[in-house]
Write a protein that binds this ligand. Structure first.
Ligand SMILES: NC(=O)c1ccc[n+]([C@@H]2O[C@H](COP(=O)([O-])OP(=O)(O)OC[C@H]3O[C@@H](n4cnc5c(N)ncnc54)[C@H](O)[C@@H]3O)[C@@H](O)[C@H]2O)c1
Ligand SMILES: O=C(O)[C@H](O)COP(=O)(O)O
Length: 633
């Protein structure tokens, strides 16, 4: 861990809602009133008094007095409280335990809370009792808490100020806390700076008076160039989510401590270029185009999450060359598409797209004309990947004969028959369903010539990508009656939001089922995706693991041993040797090293000894052909 550049300031840290996530007295009331019918009411009243005291609405001594009058606690409840509080230490304080263990002499816990529960909690972080300045309870002979020691300066209004005066600290003093009384230390001139700590509670009145706002203790250490566990505070990682992924995605990123912004609907290239600056993680779905121009404007981008299967909307090579890893959800919505396709086959076979609107208009058109069972019919699947192969199994289960065509060698499932050419499949199938990926070469894969090869009266489904089918050609064969119907979910030009209108030559044609790109839009799929993608991205950010990235060399890493250095470079000879030279020159021991390359980049992870000088990092950053370099911790 590098040494701090300057002498450390004294840190005056509040306990309740700062060192721990909760208020000690509120928790004590909750414990003491367990099983009592008035528990909620009394705890609520104590919480309200705490809050009024903390925001400066009620003077402190009055707030404390009133709270203790309401508190029916006893000595034995305190031990239970201590155990509870040990499990509720603020995340960023836990993360930086080694900071406290290393500099206990520079840290004071100054609290209007009570020594009896503060001391044992902070002792676990190496903070001694004489660096805990807090109130003390008074008890009666039966062990019931009766009040507080009124001789203690901290029990009075302006108690923290009086306490700081008594301490007579020399040099820089920084106060950190969530309450008004913490701010008063700086107001009284007893601290150079006041940091409003908002990891647990955000009090407007306090934040408004702060020199700095700290969403975490990492942020404090980072701003002051002090030794910290993470290399970069998570609250500085900005996430931009477009196209409404399930709210669970934002929730997961927020839980991790990231800042999350959401823009409903998509953004066009110009809009995204405007918004991408400062964004570390971009979350999109199938519509947003991540182009070279967008990447050029992306000055902090680490990863792109496609909250869908398709990634053809992303310049994957451009991302790779910029050291931006892309992740998608390759399996989360496959079942939803399969179910939609099966439903569409049956709907088209029974000409429901024509019959249902007629019924809504009051027309009764009972007839078997053009309607057929799907049992025994030939289903031709183009693209036998995750969706195509799953549909194959389901279609066989309802009695269809499955044929498939794929450019890659694929395992035949069940009784499915492989076709050697697309033409072979098109000429035989009663129903053709497209499940190819969106690679540019698949543009107009099904055009006029291919449509002409299909059997008269056959049905076509496209749930893959809009550009795979030549839409005017499809409209022509539907109008001519050569095809019996079609179901189309994806289009070359799709509206950016639900407020734009949908234009297509397919509108108004008979037996054509049109859906607004909803193949993967089910509650189950969206929820799965919203967990899957953030998990992959957070793993990448936290450990460097690139498993299942669609554009980075995939490395599944063992658990980190000490410090982890992540180096992304252009794949040219000699970079690894240069990295290792720097480490060797500084006598840094390599505990483990993992390298994988592809045609464009090399991705090397090096786990090194705890001990290293700051210079090493500077030199590694300067290694020629470096695209991105980061130290995990
Ligand atoms: N409508 C929706 O909402 C929705 C939902 C999910 C996925 N999708 C799209 O569905 C498609 C399939 O998804 P998947 O997860 O099964 O993808 P996948 O990558 O698992 O499978 C695609 C298959 O198509 C094959 N292929 C590519 N080009 C081909 C060609 N010209 N001829 C024959 N085979 C070809 C590939 O070899 C691969 O086996 C993708 O385009 C995806 O974007 C759409
Ligand atoms: O690629 C996909 O998974 C589908 O096309 C679904 O895309 P969407 O999330 O934009 O609906």
């Amino acid at each position: 861990m590098p040494e701090p550049a300057q002498p450390l300031p004294y840190l005056i840290i509040d306990f309740d809602s700062t060192f721990t996530q909760v208020e000690g007295l509120d928790e004590l009331a909750d414990i003491a009133l367990q099983g009592q019918p008035n528990r909620e009411e009394v705890v609520g009243a104590i919480r309200a008094l705490t809050d009024r005291g903390m925001s400066g609405e009620l003077n402190f001594s009055e707030s404390l007095k009133q709270r203790l009058e309401l508190l029916p606690a006893r000595r034995e409840h305190i031990a239970l409280l201590v155990e509870r509080l040990k499990g509720k230490v603020s995340e960023s304080i836990i993360r930086n335990r080694s900071f406290f263990e290393r500099f206990p002499g520079r840290v004071y816990i100054v609290s209007s809370g009570f020594r009896e529960f503060i001391e044992p909690v902070v002792a676990e972080f190496g903070i001694d009792a004489d660096h805990v300045l807090a109130n003390t309870f008074t008890f009666d002979a039966d062990g019931r808490i009766t009040g507080f020691d009124t001789n203690n300066v901290l029990s009075r209004d302006g108690g923290k100020i009086l306490q700081l005066r008594e301490l007579e600290l020399e040099g820089d003093v920084y106060a950190l806390g969530d309450g008004y009384t913490d701010y008063q230390i700086r107001e009284a001139g007893l601290a150079n700076r006041f940091y409003a700590f908002t990891e647990n509670v955000h009090r407007e009145a306090v934040v408004a008076r702060a020199d700095e706002v700290l969403p975490s203790f990492d942020e404090f250490l980072y701003q002051n160039k002090l030794p910290m566990t993470l290399s970069y505070p998570k609250n500085r990682i900005k996430v931009l989510l477009l196209e409404n992924p399930d709210p669970r995605a934002a929730e997961m990123f927020r839980q991790e401590g990231y800042q999350v912004d959401s823009v409903p609907g998509g953004l066009d290239e110009d809009e995204l270029v405007q918004q991408i600056e400062g964004v570390s993680i971009l979350g999109i779905r199938s519509k947003t185009q991540v182009t070279a121009r967008v990447l050029e404007a992306a000055n902090r981008l680490i990863a792109v999450g496609a909250f869908c299967i398709g990634t053809n909307q992303i310049d994957l090579t451009g991302c790779m060359k910029k050291g931006v890893a892309v992740f998608n959800a390759p399996f989360s919505n496959t079942r939803s598409v399969v179910e939609l396709a099966l439903g569409e086959i049956i709907m088209l076979a029974r000409r429901i797209p024509e019959k249902s609107p007629k019924m809504h208009e009051g027309e009764w058109d009972k007839s078997a004309k053009g309607a057929f069972e799907i049992r025994g019919k030939k289903l031709g699947i183009v693209g036998y990947g995750n969706i195509g192969s799953q549909l194959s199994v389901v279609a066989e289960a309802v009695g269809m004969q499955v044929m498939y065509y794929d450019v890659a060698e694929k395992l035949q499932l069940g009784n499915a028959v492989k076709c050697r050419t697309l033409e072979e499949l098109l000429r035989q199938s009663d129903i053709v369903t497209l499940h190819v990926d969106g690679r540019p070469a698949n543009t107009n894969l099904i055009g006029a010539a291919e449509l002409a090869m299909m059997k008269p009266g056959a049905l076509l489904l496209n749930n893959s990508r809009g550009h795979v089918v030549d839409v005017p050609a499809l409209a022509a064969v539907l109008r001519s009656g050569h095809l019996g119907g079609a179901a189309v979910d994806v289009f070359p030009h799709e509206p950016k939001t639900n407020h734009e209108s949908f234009e297509s030559e397919l509108r108004g044609l008979p037996n054509v089922l049109l859906t607004p790109h909803i193949g993967g839009s089910t509650a189950e799929a969206q929820r799965n995706i919203a967990e899957f993608v953030p998990e992959r991205i957070m793993q990448y950010v936290n450990t460097g693991n690139t498993q299942q990235s669609v554009n980075f060399p995939n490395i599944q890493l063992p658990e980190q041993q000490a410090h982890r250095l992540i180096h992304i470079h252009h794949n040219v000879p000699g970079v690894l040797a240069r990295i290792n030279n720097v480490l060797a020159q500084h006598h840094v021991n390599i505990l483990g090293q993992y390298l994988k390359t592809n045609e464009h980049i090399g991705y090397v992870i090096t786990d090194i000894d705890k001990q290293y000088e700051q210079e090493v990092i500077g030199e590694l950053r300067k290694v020629e052909h470096t695209i991105k370099f980061r130290v995990l911790y």
